[in-house]
Design a protein around this ligand. Structure first.
Ligand code: B1M
Length: 213
């Protein structure tokens, strides 16, 4: 069966999770590279959904359904994303900052890190600065990665870094930030050690931060 990634994208935009699962499986079985499924099939669809939401053509329920469809599709990609042959790289703590429930991109970053030898702990979404701090304190991570998708929650990246400083934990870890509204300039401004615009680069930046690239 040949798989049309535009059809996959269309089904996600419509919020049809069952069809999204079926088409993602078929694309994988048909030998379509996982990165191509991600970028052409899934991320493109989310951008269209975001544009429709901004224009007032889509409302929260449609955005939610599309989000569920893309999450279902990403689950199908998980085995391919984590099937890395890399040896152990390090311990990585990841989460979406407080006030923010967007986790699709963060989950992709986490899966790709796992595929590249990282032992990843995912704190989930809406993670308070003190929860990042207590995880760092207890578990000795090499890197803390934070995701923010809303302009409004970007400042919680800075708040979390400040909380790590106040708790005397800042120097124990490298800090990476990402998410659609985040830029290298903002990462520099708030004192993060690394920034990546997408999951592929996140893996490269993480390795670089540990001097492993
Ligand atoms: Co929301 N939402 N949303 N949403 N949503 C956006 C982000 C928005 C841009 C849509 C729009 O208006 N065009 C807009 C934000 C505007 C802004 O602040 N600039 C928005 C809004 C306004 C909202 C609400 C406020 C809507 C409302 O309630 N009125 C609300 C907020 C809820 C909250 O968080 N408190 C809300 C809710 C939701 C849903 C729950 C319905 C759903 C999320 C479902 C979920 O995540 N489980 C949702 C969705 C799906 C979106 C869009 C359509 C898609 C997001 C996504 O998954 N993208 C989004 C529009 C858009 O992004 N175009 C939108 C695909 C994903 C693969 O990309 O997450 O960017 P991304 O991740 C990339 C990179 O950014 C990077 O790598 C990833 C993979 O390549 N990356 C990192 C991410 N994290 C990283 C960390 C790193 C490194 C790289 O290092 C640690």
């Amino acid at each position: 069966m040949t798989v049309d990634l535009n059809e996959l994208s269309r089904r996600i935009i419509e919020g049809d999770a069952d069809k999204a699962i079926e088409l993602t499986k078929a694309a994988l079985e048909g030998g379509v590279p996982v990165q191509e499924i991600l970028t052409r099939g899934l991320v493109g669809a989310m951008n269209t959904v975001g544009e429709r939401f901004k224009r007032g053509e889509y409302f929260l329920p449609e955005m939610l359904l599309a989000g569920e469809a893309v999450k279902a599709a990403v689950e199908q990609l998980k085995p391919a994303l984590i099937r890395g042959e890399a040896g152990y790289t390090g311990k990585y703590l990841i989460g979406t900052v407080q006030g923010d429930v967007h986790d699709i991109g963060k989950n992709i970053v986490a899966m790709m890190l796992e595929g590249n030898g990282w032992e990843v702990t995912d704190l989930g979404v809406d993670v308070a600065p003190e929860d990042f701090c207590s995880a760092v304190d207890k578990n000795g991570y090499h890197i803390v990665g934070m995701s923010a998708l809303l302009t409004l929650t970007m400042s919680n990246l800075a708040k979390t870094i400040d909380a790590l400083k106040a708790a005397g934990l800042r120097d124990r870890v490298k800090i990476m930030v990402g998410g659609a509204p985040v830029t290298q300039a903002y990462a520099d401004q708030i004192g993060a050690d690394g920034y990546a615009p997408d999951a592929v680069e996140a893996v490269m930046v993480a390795a670089k931060l540990l001097g492993k690239s």
